[in-house]
Design a protein around this ligand. Sequence first.
Ligand SMILES: [Zn+2]
Length: 399
Amino acid sequence: MNFEMPTLSTLHTLLDPIDCRQEQQRHLSSVLPALSAALGVPIPTPVHPHPQQLAQSLHIPSCERAVVVFIDGLGFWNLVLRIGHTPNMRAMLRQQYNDQPIWTTQPSTTSVAIPTFGTGTAPGFTGMFGYTQRNPRTGNKAQMITFTDDIAPREVQHQPTIFSQIDQQGMRVTSIGLPRFEHSALTEAALKGGAFIGSESPRMRLKHALAANETPGLTYLYIRDLDKTAHKSGWDNDAWVAQLEKIDTIIGTLRRMLAPGTLLVITADHGVVNMVEQDQIDIADNPMLQEGVELVAGEPRAPMLYTTLGQQDAVAQRWQEVLADRAVVLTQEEALNQGIFGAVQPHTLPWLADVFVLTQGQHTIVDSRTQREQERTLPAVHGSRTQMEMEIPLLMEVL
Ligand SMILES: [Zn+2]
């Protein structure tokens, strides 16, 4: 394998920040545009205008059928550090081109990553910038997985989905997940198009994936359980590993039973880091972190601040001073200049926060004045720009 296996003495470097612009090719946003080209129905997007070239540079071979397994919360390094438990993914990781990670979005979180993946664009196009963000129409904080505060998905996310565009080209697209996701706001915003098959049973979902793949086209299988387990009990423990083993068994069945010639693709939306209580900063205890801040959105690894008019530079400065090397603090202008959201479109700009905070190491930032204890004590978290959170697998195999 073409990477150094982390050792006890290098492990901490996985918690160092990496610098990555949204427009990279080895990026989650490239996966579906490149796959569309591999399937013979190239869908260009504003971020990836040449899907055929993209497929070539990602080494995606032409195919008649592809199955994408999307594993919520499986970071490249979370996988590598527990690779002994995953014979199937280990065999895939050993294959050429699979041993290098790709990058997810910043913030490294589901409600940002899935729309970017589903539209092949960038948060600047989808308007989905965080786990929570301020709704410019009401001024309230809205959660962007279920779209609280009465936000219609179309109100913020205007980009056509890749699934709907492949479907319009007459090629089969099948999404498989929990029944309640069929009409969920996030599906509507990011993954709409083609047929949806819902089932509560993982076995049935697997069966549906095998059956769907009998017809040429694209099958998408979403697996949520690993992220759920991490948020419940942390990632580095028996419960998480047991869940990972279950998922590897599913991958094993797909490898054995999918029609020959199928391209199997495994990717994810973000990795996870464990929360450490003594590395948590509470805004409620720090008056300097409160001054000039009207609303704190985002999540503990990536707070996004909406400030009093004209206060963004002063707030950013104060936060950087208080947090020192525990976080990187960026004003909106700095974040835009770094290109971390891609090209921000006029209609998404009002959703953007004034200050972005990206924590380092295992630090988290919470606010006990407004957040419930459960939100503040999640055993595993994500959202920031460390290797652990940002680097995700892209494992591909022609069966
Ligand atoms: Zn999560």
